[in-house]
Design a protein around this ligand. Structure first.
Ligand SMILES: Nc1nc2c(ncn2[C@@H]2O[C@H](COP(=O)(O)OP(=O)(O)O)[C@@H](O)[C@H]2O)c(=O)[nH]1
Ligand SMILES: [Mg+2]
Length: 214
Protein backbone atom coordinates (compact mmCIF):
# COMPACT_ATOMS: atom_id res chain seq x y z
CA UNK A 1 0.00 0.00 0.00
CA UNK A 2 1.15 3.54 -0.73
CA UNK A 3 2.07 6.02 2.01
CA UNK A 4 0.92 9.63 2.03
CA UNK A 5 2.47 12.74 3.55
CA UNK A 6 0.60 15.06 5.92
CA UNK A 7 0.41 17.60 3.07
CA UNK A 8 -1.16 15.05 0.74
CA UNK A 9 -3.70 14.03 3.40
CA UNK A 10 -4.58 17.72 3.86
CA UNK A 11 -4.80 18.28 0.10
CA UNK A 12 -7.13 15.27 -0.12
CA UNK A 13 -9.37 16.62 2.60
CA UNK A 14 -9.45 20.02 0.90
CA UNK A 15 -10.38 18.44 -2.43
CA UNK A 16 -13.62 17.09 -0.94
CA UNK A 17 -14.71 20.03 1.21
CA UNK A 18 -17.07 21.55 -1.40
CA UNK A 19 -20.84 21.34 -1.48
CA UNK A 20 -21.15 18.08 -3.35
CA UNK A 21 -24.20 17.65 -5.53
CA UNK A 22 -25.65 15.58 -8.34
CA UNK A 23 -24.95 17.13 -11.76
CA UNK A 24 -26.00 14.57 -14.39
CA UNK A 25 -27.08 11.00 -15.12
CA UNK A 26 -26.35 9.13 -18.35
CA UNK A 27 -27.97 5.85 -19.33
CA UNK A 28 -26.63 5.89 -22.88
CA UNK A 29 -23.64 7.15 -24.85
CA UNK A 30 -25.54 10.12 -26.28
CA UNK A 31 -26.62 11.40 -22.89
CA UNK A 32 -23.09 11.73 -21.46
CA UNK A 33 -22.60 15.26 -20.10
CA UNK A 34 -19.90 17.53 -21.59
CA UNK A 35 -16.39 17.15 -20.15
CA UNK A 36 -15.59 19.60 -17.38
CA UNK A 37 -12.48 19.65 -15.18
CA UNK A 38 -11.19 16.22 -14.16
CA UNK A 39 -13.13 13.06 -13.46
CA UNK A 40 -12.58 9.99 -11.36
CA UNK A 41 -15.05 7.11 -11.57
CA UNK A 42 -16.00 4.26 -9.27
CA UNK A 43 -16.97 0.85 -10.57
CA UNK A 44 -17.33 -2.64 -9.16
CA UNK A 45 -19.79 -5.47 -8.71
CA UNK A 46 -23.31 -4.56 -7.62
CA UNK A 47 -23.50 -4.08 -3.85
CA UNK A 48 -19.71 -3.74 -3.46
CA UNK A 49 -20.20 -0.36 -1.74
CA UNK A 50 -19.70 2.22 -4.53
CA UNK A 51 -22.43 4.60 -3.42
CA UNK A 52 -21.44 4.29 0.24
CA UNK A 53 -17.80 5.07 -0.59
CA UNK A 54 -18.77 8.15 -2.61
CA UNK A 55 -20.92 9.31 0.29
CA UNK A 56 -17.99 8.79 2.70
CA UNK A 57 -15.54 10.64 0.43
CA UNK A 58 -17.83 13.62 -0.05
CA UNK A 59 -19.12 13.63 3.51
CA UNK A 60 -22.70 13.56 2.23
CA UNK A 61 -24.88 10.83 3.74
CA UNK A 62 -27.29 10.52 0.84
CA UNK A 63 -25.45 11.98 -2.14
CA UNK A 64 -25.13 8.71 -4.02
CA UNK A 65 -28.26 6.89 -2.94
CA UNK A 66 -27.25 3.60 -1.35
CA UNK A 67 -29.52 0.79 -2.23
CA UNK A 68 -30.00 -2.59 -0.66
CA UNK A 69 -31.34 -3.92 -3.96
CA UNK A 70 -28.38 -5.04 -6.11
CA UNK A 71 -28.32 -4.03 -9.75
CA UNK A 72 -30.58 -1.03 -9.44
CA UNK A 73 -28.20 1.69 -10.60
CA UNK A 74 -28.09 1.38 -14.41
CA UNK A 75 -26.73 4.82 -15.20
CA UNK A 76 -23.50 6.74 -14.83
CA UNK A 77 -24.17 9.32 -12.14
CA UNK A 78 -22.06 12.52 -12.09
CA UNK A 79 -21.33 14.59 -8.99
CA UNK A 80 -19.50 17.87 -8.50
CA UNK A 81 -18.24 19.69 -5.44
CA UNK A 82 -17.95 22.97 -7.34
CA UNK A 83 -14.19 22.65 -7.95
CA UNK A 84 -12.03 20.96 -10.57
CA UNK A 85 -12.89 17.41 -9.52
CA UNK A 86 -15.94 15.48 -10.67
CA UNK A 87 -16.90 12.06 -9.30
CA UNK A 88 -18.77 9.41 -11.28
CA UNK A 89 -20.74 6.49 -9.83
CA UNK A 90 -20.74 3.82 -12.56
CA UNK A 91 -23.40 1.12 -12.94
CA UNK A 92 -22.65 -2.06 -11.00
CA UNK A 93 -21.99 -5.33 -12.79
CA UNK A 94 -22.02 -9.05 -12.10
CA UNK A 95 -25.60 -9.23 -10.92
CA UNK A 96 -26.82 -12.63 -12.11
CA UNK A 97 -30.46 -11.61 -12.63
CA UNK A 98 -29.64 -8.80 -15.08
CA UNK A 99 -31.32 -9.28 -18.47
CA UNK A 100 -29.07 -9.80 -21.53
CA UNK A 101 -30.48 -6.68 -23.22
CA UNK A 102 -29.55 -4.61 -20.18
CA UNK A 103 -26.00 -6.01 -20.15
CA UNK A 104 -25.62 -5.06 -23.82
CA UNK A 105 -26.82 -1.51 -23.15
CA UNK A 106 -24.55 -1.27 -20.10
CA UNK A 107 -21.53 -2.47 -22.09
CA UNK A 108 -22.18 0.04 -24.87
CA UNK A 109 -22.50 2.96 -22.45
CA UNK A 110 -19.35 2.01 -20.51
CA UNK A 111 -17.32 1.57 -23.69
CA UNK A 112 -18.47 4.93 -25.04
CA UNK A 113 -17.61 6.58 -21.75
CA UNK A 114 -14.13 5.02 -21.50
CA UNK A 115 -13.26 5.69 -25.14
CA UNK A 116 -14.16 9.34 -25.26
CA UNK A 117 -13.31 10.75 -21.84
CA UNK A 118 -10.03 12.67 -22.04
CA UNK A 119 -10.61 14.21 -18.59
CA UNK A 120 -11.01 10.82 -16.89
CA UNK A 121 -7.98 10.59 -14.57
CA UNK A 122 -8.61 7.16 -13.09
CA UNK A 123 -11.19 4.47 -12.51
CA UNK A 124 -11.32 2.97 -9.04
CA UNK A 125 -12.43 -0.65 -9.20
CA UNK A 126 -14.03 -1.56 -5.89
CA UNK A 127 -13.58 -5.07 -4.52
CA UNK A 128 -15.25 -6.41 -1.37
CA UNK A 129 -12.52 -7.14 1.21
CA UNK A 130 -14.44 -10.22 2.37
CA UNK A 131 -14.53 -11.81 -1.08
CA UNK A 132 -11.56 -10.55 -3.10
CA UNK A 133 -11.49 -10.64 -6.89
CA UNK A 134 -14.21 -12.70 -8.61
CA UNK A 135 -14.59 -13.94 -12.21
CA UNK A 136 -17.32 -11.31 -12.63
CA UNK A 137 -14.58 -8.65 -12.31
CA UNK A 138 -12.59 -9.99 -15.28
CA UNK A 139 -14.60 -8.35 -18.10
CA UNK A 140 -14.20 -4.93 -16.43
CA UNK A 141 -10.42 -5.36 -16.14
CA UNK A 142 -10.30 -6.51 -19.77
CA UNK A 143 -12.21 -3.41 -20.91
CA UNK A 144 -10.03 -1.09 -18.81
CA UNK A 145 -6.86 -2.71 -20.11
CA UNK A 146 -7.99 -2.40 -23.74
CA UNK A 147 -9.13 1.19 -23.31
CA UNK A 148 -5.79 1.94 -21.57
CA UNK A 149 -7.63 3.77 -18.79
CA UNK A 150 -5.65 4.22 -15.57
CA UNK A 151 -7.29 2.12 -12.85
CA UNK A 152 -6.70 1.00 -9.28
CA UNK A 153 -8.37 -1.43 -6.90
CA UNK A 154 -9.99 -0.18 -3.70
CA UNK A 155 -10.99 -2.77 -1.11
CA UNK A 156 -14.33 -1.96 0.55
CA UNK A 157 -16.01 -3.09 3.79
CA UNK A 158 -12.65 -3.62 5.53
CA UNK A 159 -14.47 -3.25 8.86
CA UNK A 160 -15.94 -6.70 8.16
CA UNK A 161 -12.60 -8.56 8.11
CA UNK A 162 -10.00 -9.15 10.82
CA UNK A 163 -6.57 -7.50 10.36
CA UNK A 164 -4.79 -10.78 9.50
CA UNK A 165 -7.43 -11.69 6.92
CA UNK A 166 -7.22 -8.18 5.44
CA UNK A 167 -3.43 -8.41 5.10
CA UNK A 168 -3.85 -11.75 3.32
CA UNK A 169 -6.53 -10.33 1.01
CA UNK A 170 -4.34 -7.34 0.10
CA UNK A 171 -1.40 -9.64 -0.70
CA UNK A 172 -3.65 -11.94 -2.77
CA UNK A 173 -5.17 -9.07 -4.78
CA UNK A 174 -1.80 -7.38 -5.37
CA UNK A 175 -0.38 -10.72 -6.55
CA UNK A 176 -3.26 -11.03 -9.04
CA UNK A 177 -2.58 -7.47 -10.22
CA UNK A 178 0.95 -8.44 -11.20
CA UNK A 179 -0.70 -10.25 -14.14
CA UNK A 180 -2.54 -7.08 -15.16
CA UNK A 181 0.17 -4.55 -16.10
CA UNK A 182 -2.39 -1.85 -17.02
CA UNK A 183 -3.65 -1.76 -13.43
CA UNK A 184 -2.02 0.29 -10.65
CA UNK A 185 0.07 -2.26 -8.69
CA UNK A 186 -1.13 -1.50 -5.14
CA UNK A 187 -4.56 -1.43 -3.50
CA UNK A 188 -6.23 0.96 -1.06
CA UNK A 189 -8.12 -0.54 1.90
CA UNK A 190 -11.28 1.32 2.99
CA UNK A 191 -14.43 1.17 5.04
CA UNK A 192 -17.28 3.58 4.38
CA UNK A 193 -18.78 2.52 7.70
CA UNK A 194 -15.89 3.27 10.07
CA UNK A 195 -13.91 5.68 7.84
CA UNK A 196 -10.81 3.51 7.49
CA UNK A 197 -8.70 4.55 4.50
CA UNK A 198 -10.97 7.44 3.47
CA UNK A 199 -8.32 10.17 4.15
CA UNK A 200 -5.79 8.03 2.24
CA UNK A 201 -8.12 7.56 -0.74
CA UNK A 202 -8.75 11.32 -0.83
CA UNK A 203 -4.97 11.87 -0.68
CA UNK A 204 -4.41 9.38 -3.51
CA UNK A 205 -6.92 11.30 -5.64
CA UNK A 206 -5.24 14.63 -4.77
CA UNK A 207 -1.85 13.14 -5.74
CA UNK A 208 -3.33 11.88 -9.01
CA UNK A 209 -4.72 15.32 -9.90
CA UNK A 210 -1.33 16.90 -9.09
CA UNK A 211 0.37 14.40 -11.41
CA UNK A 212 -2.19 15.17 -14.13
CA UNK A 213 -1.38 18.90 -13.90
CA UNK A 214 2.25 18.40 -14.86
N1 LIG B 1 -19.87 -3.34 6.71
C1 LIG B 1 -19.89 -2.48 5.69
N2 LIG B 1 -20.92 -2.47 4.83
C2 LIG B 1 -20.91 -1.59 3.80
C3 LIG B 1 -19.83 -0.69 3.61
N3 LIG B 1 -20.09 0.05 2.50
C4 LIG B 1 -21.29 -0.37 2.04
N4 LIG B 1 -21.80 -1.35 2.82
C5 LIG B 1 -23.11 -2.01 2.67
O1 LIG B 1 -23.15 -2.72 1.43
C6 LIG B 1 -24.45 -2.59 0.81
C7 LIG B 1 -24.30 -2.01 -0.59
O2 LIG B 1 -23.77 -0.70 -0.51
P1 LIG B 1 -23.92 0.32 -1.73
O3 LIG B 1 -23.07 1.50 -1.39
O4 LIG B 1 -25.35 0.56 -2.06
O5 LIG B 1 -23.25 -0.53 -2.91
P2 LIG B 1 -23.26 -0.26 -4.50
O6 LIG B 1 -24.33 -1.15 -5.07
O7 LIG B 1 -21.91 -0.71 -4.97
O8 LIG B 1 -23.50 1.19 -4.73
C8 LIG B 1 -25.27 -1.71 1.74
O9 LIG B 1 -26.06 -2.55 2.54
C9 LIG B 1 -24.22 -0.98 2.58
O10 LIG B 1 -24.68 -0.64 3.87
C10 LIG B 1 -18.74 -0.73 4.55
O11 LIG B 1 -17.75 0.03 4.48
N5 LIG B 1 -18.84 -1.64 5.56
MG1 LIG C 1 -24.91 2.22 -5.81
Amino acid sequence: MDKFSRDEIDAGQHLFTGEWRFTAAAGSAVSLPPMRGMEIAFTGRSNVGKSSLINALTGRKNLARTSRTPGRTQELIFFSGGGRLNVVDMPGYGYAATAKSKIAAWTETIHAYLRGRANLARIYVLVDARHGLKPADDPMFDVLGHAAVSHQIVLTKCDEVKPAELAGRIAEVEAALAKRPAAYPTVLATSAHDGTGIPELRAAIARLLEERKR
